[in-house]
Design a protein around this ligand. Structure first.
Ligand code: T46
Length: 145
């Protein structure tokens, strides 16, 4: 049976935006606007020009990335297909399921990457070998899970 590639699960999600003369407000509820309960929040900031982050995948972790300030690019890869996203607004974000290799680059000055995560930090959840990620996706496809 045909199984959609893992990368097709990655998507931009537009968030509620409450406009006000005092400024705009955006909110996110776990399991509502994003497809998982939020167990952890972290953020990347003060990224020097030309630097990149990521360079790995996760076995189980799902994440949602928002450009809370400024802009950056996210390159996603499931071992077979690659897509580049440019994030530059705080009222939408990028959903990344498990088994997706990610690289973040092209950070603008003063940018902040806000990350909502489905699990607490666990070094054992990292896949740092690209071939291992590719094999994990191939195995998941052949098992049809
Ligand atoms: C991703 C991008 C956007 C912790 O102690 N707790 C945490 O929650 C995290 C995320 C990291 N750390 C420690 C572990 C390392 O010693 O911070 C150090 C740097 O972490 P990492 O190499 O994972 O950072 P990035 O920016 O390369 O990647 C992280 C996420 O791991 C990754 O999934 O999408 O941010």
């Amino acid at each position: 049976m045909f199984k959609a590639p893992q990368i097709s699960k990655c998507k931009l999600v537009y968030l509620p935006k409450v406009k006000d003369v005092r400024g705009n407000l955006t909110f996110i509820e776990g399991d509502e606007h994003i497809p998982f309960p939020i167990k952890r929040v972290y953020y990347l900031y003060d990224v020097p020009g030309g630097e990149s982050r990521g360079g790995h995948a996760h076995k189980d972790l799902q994440q949602f990335l928002i450009a809370a300030n400024g802009s950056f690019d996210v390159v996603l890869d499931d071992g077979h297909n690659k897509e580049r996203y440019h994030l530059n607004r705080s009222y939408y974000g990028l959903y990344i399921p498990n088994l997706i290799w990610r690289e973040l680059d092209n950070f603008s000055s003063g940018s902040v990457c806000l990350v909502l995560a489905s699990e607490k930090y666990d070094e054992d959840d990292y896949i740092r070998d690209y071939d291992e990620l590719k094999k994990a996706n191939d195995d998941a496809n052949s098992l049809d899970i």
